[in-house]
Design a protein around this ligand. Structure first.
Ligand code: 9D3
Length: 230
C-alpha cells in the first residue's frame, strides 16, 4: 500500500487518469491511495492568497510559503507521522525523473507531492519544507499537476501487485536499457505489408536474436545516449 499526498490548487485535474485502466484498478483494490490537499484551503487572511509578487521584481507571481507549510502540517496530522523526508516538489529545477528513481520511490509508504502553479515557489519552501525536487523533462508545461500525475503513474507501476505480474514490472524496467523491438499482430499481411519472416518461423532462438538486433539498431539511431548503459 502506497499513499500519495498531493498538494495542489487543482485537485480536479487528477480525477480522470486515475479512474481508468491500470491505475484505476490499483486504486479500487486499495494498493494505491491518493489523498488531496487543496492549497487554497490553507490560505490565510481576508483574501485567501496563495501567491504574491517576487522580492526584487520580475515576471509573474510566486507560491507563498505559509499555505504550503500549513498543508504539510495537515498531511502530518492525517498520517500521524512526520513526512519531512518524503516531500517532493515537482519543479523545472529538479533532478530528471528516471526509472531508477520511480523504483526507489515505490517502496515508500507515504509520498508527498507539491504541484506548483505561477512562475515558481518561495525558495524557503524548497530549502526547508522539501526533501527533493523532480522534473519530468527539459520542456515547459503549465504547472506541476501533469508532472505529478506522470510520477504517480510511473511509481505505481513499480508497486508490487499493480501490474498483472511482477514480470510485467521487471519487463518495464528492462526496456529502460534499450528501446523496444518492433512488434506485430494479425493479419500476417495487410495492404501488401508482411510481418518479418523470422517472427513466423517458430525458431525462438532466432526470434530472440532478431529482436535484440532490432532493439540495438533503434537505440543507436534514436537514443544513442542510452547505449553505454545497455
Ligand atoms: C522554466 C520556465 N520558468 C521560467 C520562465 C517559468 C515556469 C514555467 C512553467 C515555471 C514553472 C512552470 C510549471 N512547470 C512545472 O511546475 C514543472 C515542470 C515543467 O514545466 N517541465 C518539466 N518538469 C516539470 S515538474 C514541474
Amino acid at each position: 500500500m502506497i499513499t500519495f499526498h498531493i498538494l495542489t490548487l487543482f485537485p480536479e485535474m487528477f480525477t480522470s487518469p486515475f479512474s481508468q485502466g491500470v491505475l484505476g484498478r490499483a486504486k479500487d483494490r486499495g494498493i494505491v491511495k491518493l489523498s488531496f490537499y487543496n492549497i487554497r484551503d490553507y490560505a490565510q487572511g481576508r483574501h485567501k492568497s496563495v501567491d504574491d509578487y517576487p522580492y526584487g521584481g520580475g515576471n509573474g507571481m510566486l507560491m507563498m510559503y505559509e499555505p504550503i507549510s500549513l498543508a504539510l502540517g495537515a498531511v502530518e496530522s492525517a498520517t500521524g507521522t512526520g513526512v519531512a523526508d518524503h516531500v517532493i516538489l515537482l519543479s523545472p529545477q529538479g533532478k530528471l525523473l528516471t526509472q531508477a528513481i520511480t523504483q526507489n520511490l515505490a517502496s515508500s509508504e507515504h509520498i508527498v507531492l507539491i504541484s506548483g502553479r505561477y512562475e515558481g515557489v518561495d525558495n524557503r519552501v524548497t530549502e526547508h519544507l522539501v526533501s527533493s525536487e523532480i522534473s519530468i523533462g527539459d520542456y515547459v508545461v503549465s504547472g506541476g499537476e501533469l508532472p505529478a500525475m506522470v510520477l504517480i503513474d510511473a511509481v505505481s507501476r513499480c508497486v508490487s501487485g499493480v501490474l498483472g505480474s511482477d514480470k510485467s514490472a521487471s519487463n518495464d524496467s528492462h526496456s529502460q536499457g534499450l528501446l523496444e523491438y518492433p512488434q506485430y499482430t494479425r493479419p500476417s499481411t495487410i495492404d501488401g505489408h508482411s510481418v518479418p519472416e523470422v517472427l513466423l518461423s517458430g525458431n525462438h532462438a532466432e526470434i530472440e536474436q532478431w529482436r535484440l538486433g532490432q532493439a540495438l539498431k533503434r537505440t543507436r539511431d534514436v537514443r544513442p545516449d542510452l547505449l553505454p548503459d545497455a
